[in-house]
Write a protein that binds this ligand. Structure first.
Ligand code: NAD
Length: 275
């Protein structure tokens, strides 16, 4: 299971990861992570604001797999933006996860002082404490601003992306600038209207897959990193079984046409929405 995708600096990122936003704490969380590791996920996406870094770190360690086998992402929250504050936030995140380095660290939103925060990320990267540095929910103007004022351009932008909101313009921009596109909400946050679209169920039937698997496969074929979330063991497994079939060009185009412009993060500039 899985395929790797290379960041501009050559670091290998498993293209399928596991998102842990809003998984209920306690037994449900532990079971979900255990199951994810069991079926082969090694890439995990958390954030300070999710409040589960500590629990994630504990479960990864309990699995007995060596640290280097995991690809761990976390994010600096808006209230921690700034040079000193971001460095402190990074240390706290590492402490909670019980790790000495992060595979990927992202600025969660382009909030106040994100340029200073980026300078902190650049330094931590140069010291080898973060393998891949990036951003989330950044628009073209924010990316341009970082690139204009910094030494190292962002390597990844994690943004809301799904068939109803494919981010075509930003996707092309990221490709042109060698910034990897990572999708949050890759399944449209499980929206039943999307998952029940007849175009998707027809393609799914043809490949003997589910609509969710078809959507995830569409992302993979666009060169996007996906981090679907689920706490249901069947779905966790199902979402990982997306490397044994391929969508035709025509099927890709059919899914491209599901674009309605509907997004879940209400305001793209509002860093307080939908962390
Ligand atoms: P998602 O698109 O992954 O949808 C998750 C929901 O889809 C689940 O709660 C479940 O209801 C449903 N689902 C999952 N697998 C399914 C299946 N096989 N069949 C049917 N339904 C299924 O949405 P998400 O959780 O918002 O996004 C994924 C991850 O992205 C998060 O866990 C988090 O790590 C990250 N994220 C980042 C940001 C950001 O601002 N950077 C925002 C939101 C989420």
């Amino acid at each position: 299971m899985n395929k790797v995708i290379e960041a501009v600096n050559g670091v290998k990122i498993p293209q399928l990861g596991f998102g842990v936003y809003k998984i209920k704490k306690g037994e449900e969380f532990e079971r979900a992570i255990r199951e994810a590791i069991r079926v082969g996920y090694r890439h995990f996406d958390t954030a300070k604001i999710y409040g589960n870094e500590e629990a994630l770190g504990r479960e990864l360690q309990k699995s007995g797999n060596p640290r280097e086998q995991f690809f761990i992402t976390s994010k600096v929250w808006t209230t921690d933006l700034g040079y000193e504050a971001t460095k402190r936030a990074f240390e706290q995140t590492c402490k909670k996860l019980n790790v000495t380095y992060l595979d990927m660290y992202l600025i969660h939103f382009a909030g106040p002082r994100y340029l200073e925060a980026w300078r902190a990320l650049e330094e931590l990267y140069s010291e080898g404490k973060i393998k891949v540095i990036g951003v989330a929910n950044f628009e073209i103007q924010h990316l341009e601003n970082v690139m204009k004022h910094s030494k190292i351009p962002p390597m990844v932008n994690q943004i809301e992306t799904h068939p109803e909101f494919p981010q075509n313009e930003l996707h092309d921009y990221l490709a042109r600038h060698q910034i990897l596109h990572e999708a949050w909400g890759p399944l449209g946050q499980g929206n039943k209207a999307l998952l029940g679209r007849p175009e998707l169920t027809e393609i799914a039937l043809h490949h003997e897959k589910s609509a969710a698997q078809v959507i995830l496969r569409w992302h993979l074929q666009r060169g996007i990193i996906v981090i679907p979330k689920s706490s249901n063991p069947q779905r966790i497994k199902e979402n990982s079984e997306i490397f044994d079939f391929e969508l035709t060009e025509k099927e890709m185009e059919t899914i491209d046409r599901l674009n309605t412009g509907k997004r879940y993060s209400v305001n793209p500039n509002g860093y307080m929405v939908n962390p």
